[in-house]
Every structure is written in C-alpha cells, then in structure tokens.
Design a protein around this ligand. Sequence first.
Ligand SMILES: *[C@@H]1O[C@H](CO)[C@@H](O)[C@H](O)[C@H]1NC(C)=O
Length: 307
Amino acid sequence: MFSALVFTSLSASPLAAGQSKFLGNIIPGSVPGNWDTYWNQATSENGCKWGTVQPNQGSFVWGQCDTAYNHCQTKGIPFKYHTFVWGSQEPGWIGGADGKTAVTNLIKAAAGRYKPQLIDVVNEALHAPSSIRNSLGGSGSTGWDWIVTSFEIAKSAFGGGGTKLLINDYGIVNDSGAVQRYLGIINILKGKSLLDGIGIQCHQFNVNTLAAATITANVNSLGATGLPVYPSELDINGNSEADQAQIYQRVFPALWTNTNIKGITIWGYITGQTWKDGTGLVACGNVGCAERQAMTWLKGYLETTKV
Ligand SMILES: *[C@@H]1O[C@H](CO)[C@@H](O)[C@H](O)[C@H]1NC(C)=O
C-alpha cells in the first residue's frame, strides 16, 4: 500500500525515497520549506488532536489538520491521523457530555473529511487513558473494553477504506514489562480483528541510553503478533551534537533494519522548533539551514542501507 504512494513522489528526494519503509516527520502549523527534502510520511504535530479540532462542542476547526493532510495528498505520501482517544489535549467540554456519542461524532466527522493511510485510534492507554473511558465501556469483560469500543467506532467509520488502525504509546521500546502489558491490549484487539499495527513512540527519554539489542528484543516481541510496528515519535538528543549523532548511530539502524518495522516517524527536526531541546537535525538561521551531524550521518546511512 505504501510503496505505490511513496514512489509517486517525484518533485522531492526524501531520505527514504525508493525504500520499502517510509521515514516521516511531523508537520506543525505550516509546512517547513525544506520538509520535502527529507520526509515521505507526515503526522500533524498538534493539528488533529481532539482539543485542537473540536475546542467547542458545536463546531470543528480543521485548519491545522488539513495542512498536514493536504500536503500528503499533494505529495502522494502516507498521512497519519493523530489521534482520537487520549487522556491529554482533550477538549474541556467532553467531561459534561455523553462520551461515547462525543467520540463517535468526532470520528465520523474526521472520516467524512479524510482518508488517512494510518490512524492512532487510541493514544497512551497505559499512561494517559482517556478521561471518558467509562462511557466507552470502562474495563468491562476484556479489561480494556473502552479501547475495544474506540476501535469498533473507528473501524465502522474507516473500515474498508485502506486505513490502518493503530494503537500508540510511550515507555514500550525500553521496557519488556511494558511490552507485555501492551501486548495484553494488542492481543484483545487483534482477536477481534480491530488492529492493523502497533505504534511505539521512541522519544529521547526512552531511547537515548538504550542498547540496540534491547530495541531489537522488544520490537521482536511486538512483531511476533504478526502486526507491523511503527516507531511513531522518534527523537534523540545528547550532551553535544556529536553525542546526538552517536546515539542516532546506535538506535536508528536497530529500528530501520528490523523487518517487523514498516515505517518510522521522527518527532520534529528543526532546532528550536522541537518539543525537546537538542533533538533537532537541522539548524536554521538567517542565511539558511545547516544539517547537524546526526542528519549528515542519517543521509549517508540511508543512501547505503536499503530496506
Ligand atoms: C521506560 O521508560 C519509562 C518512561 O517512559 C519509565 O517509566 C520506565 O521505568 C522505563 N523502563 C525501563 C525498564 O527502563
């Protein structure tokens, strides 16, 4: 599904062009001028979160989410919708609404507007569960009925349209115990044919000190389900530019070459515009942008390592 889309991108030369996996990034409020030079999949940084698209119950505000989606449509690259059911960046009004009706309306409205290749249906279930989970069935008989309900709503709205429904969380790639807890949810969804892939966030606090062998073991445990794995919010920083590049060289190949992994999304790349300091890959000033050492390495690596 992705290869056909990726290979139609003719006007730019993203880093993973011609490979079987995408290497994507976030799009913030507007598309950075050099974005297409590097990336061939996009997730809106904040633009599709519930609090952004429906700050008031009566109306939707799609502008920022449209920006990322439309860019992907123009470039023929995969778009990931992030995210529907999450206990952070929720609109305040949902506490006083019928939660299931509210989520259903949100998902139906998004389905009427977008045909994403990927969706993070439920985000951070193990760490920041939705505040309206009880109205979605709470724990219930499976232990995770509210997640099952969320995926049933998403499947009914998006099913059959070539959209992959994903779950996404942090604190997984670094922690075999968390992998097992995550698999508890994943196997329930898989048993009901509701899940198409597994997102692992891979932020700097999870991967900076991680051994490649640990990454491989934890990704393989998830991949043993037969579902594709998507590192979804990768970022890395170090004590210096050189240190960041060193960490990239340890972490990135362990992800990129793992056959369970079908695409990677990095979470920001312009220095000063990322949510965690020091995770930038390109530093921009008055006279243009300079690639940091980690980016220089990454470009060379992807030229010689084809997956
Ligand atoms: C993995 O990272 C999370 C933070 O995201 C932390 O709470 C947890 O203790 C870490 N697990 C291990 C085994 O280091």
